[in-house]
Design a protein. Structure first.
Length: 421
């Protein structure tokens, strides 16, 4: 550390330690140093927009104390100022929430000018200053913090909630870049209660602007005999909650979020039924994913889940040829993880209904059994057994796999006339 400078642990590391949670990353703010002095002390410059350095041994981030001034709309509309005169309190003032504006010196002495420790005790998420409204990313971060900490009893302060509503009404939220929306959404999806992220956005009016496909599901009815919760939006977030409770991975959680987007496009004259929502859901699931720049593998999970999830529900009613088409569509022979993601969503879909939370789902094992039976057959065996070559090998392999699926699901042979039906 340069002579005359001081460093303080800040942000989530201090907050989580005070809550008794595991600390993942440790970030530091440095007061009284210049970029040149940091580099002369061996720190490695990595910041593009403002001075940030990596510690030469620990590689922990050390940022010079700075202030910021709003200069334009959106996340990038800021001018930053960092020099040796910027105080720790001034640096903490630019942070989003009081619980993130606590600093701790290496000797353990804490600096808490905005009463973040009191808010931790009160289980309250509260903004540091009115400047909260200047950065729309803070709205998403708050929603994510709420999803993470609400299970610990945290609530959002009413004046902070009001500021979020102001950001939506003023159009500031519309300046969020898609990559930042996805970055916060991805982290929120992996919380224990990811549905709270979306419920909070809906409460402040931001869901329609950021997730229009999900927002369109609220208020859309479903048959109460199958969906006691009735509302499609509530059902979708119940499904997401059940997927999280089952410790599903990111792909399955994202698939759960998108699986019923087609119900937002159901013609009014067939409500509360949703015949054909699977096909209708492919385009909105793909559109939503592309808008946010969702990685390709997750995007494919989303639209494949929308298209095929009810087929797994009805697996005992399907022709073997139809189930084979499903396996091919999701590329299950090469990517069995895709089928597992689909199954995870299907389990959550059935259990994500009021009173259905512990319902058995034998379809999952049937689907796995059918894939295993079909996958046990190989092209090499077809060549060895039938002496075929070229395209005939693939045709025969598909025929035999359909027969294997028939035996696995229905316990009997398939009539020859039905093999290519």
């Amino acid at each position: 550390m340069p002579a005359g400078a001081a460093r303080y642990l800040v942000g989530g590391a201090v907050r989580d330690a005070l809550l008794g949670l595991a600390v993942a990353d440790r970030d530091w703010v440095v007061v009284g140093a210049t970029p040149e002095a940091m580099q002369a002390s061996g720190y490695i410059a990595v910041g593009r927009d403002f001075p940030v350095f990596l510690h030469p041994q620990t590689r922990e981030e050390h940022a010079l104390a700075r202030t910021e001034r709003k200069s334009g709309p959106g996340y990038h509309g800021f001018v930053f100022h960092a020099d040796t005169e910027v105080t720790l309190e001034a640096d903490l003032a630019r942070r989003d929430l009081t619980v993130n504006a606590i600093a701790e010196a290496p000797d353990g002495v804490r600096v808490d000018p905005y009463d973040g420790q009191a808010d931790l005790e009160a289980r309250r998420l509260r903004h540091v200053s009115p400047a909260f409204v200047e950065d729309p990313v803070r709205l998403l971060r708050l929603a994510r913090y709420y999803a993470r900490f609400a299970p610990l009893g945290f609530t959002v302060a009413e004046d902070t909630r009001a500021l979020c509503q102001t950001m939506v009404a003023s159009g500031e939220v519309d300046h969020l870049v898609p990559e930042r929306v996805w970055a916060e959404t991805e982290r929120a999806l992996m919380c224990d209660e990811p549905a709270l992220f979306f419920y909070f956005l809906r409460e402040i009016g931001a869901l329609e602007r950021l997730f229009p496909e999900l927002s369109a599901l609220f208020g859309v009815p479903q048959p109460p005999q199958y969906h006691p919760e009735v509302d499609c939006g509530i059902h979708t977030l119940l499904v997401l909650s059940l997927a999280a409770a089952d410790d599903a991975g990111l792909a399955a959680r994202y698939g759960a979020l998108c699986h019923d987007y087609g119900k937002g496009l159901t013609p009014a004259d067939i409500l509360p039924g949703h015949r054909g929502h699977e096909e209708r859901g492919v385009i909105p699931a793909d559109t939503a994913s592309r808008r946010m720049g969702v990685p390709r593998a997750l995007r494919e999970t989303a639209y494949l889940t929308a298209r095929w999830h009810t087929h797994i529900h009805r697996i005992t009613q399907l022709k073997a040829t139809t189930l084979m088409a499903l396996f091919e569509a999701v590329d299950a022979f090469r990517r069995p993880d895709r089928l597992e993601n689909l199954i995870s969503v299907c389990i959550a879909d059935v259990r994500g209904r009021l009173g259905y939370e512990h319902r058995a789902y034998p379809q999952a094992e049937l689907a796995r059994k059918a894939l295993a039976a079909a996958n046990a057959l190989t092209g090499a065996e077809v060549v060895a057994t039938h002496g075929l070559r070229g395209p005939a090998v693939g045709e025969k392999l598909r025929e035999l796999r359909v027969l294997a699926i028939q035996r696995a699901i229905h316990g009997r042979e398939l009539a020859a006339r039905d093999i290519t039906a």
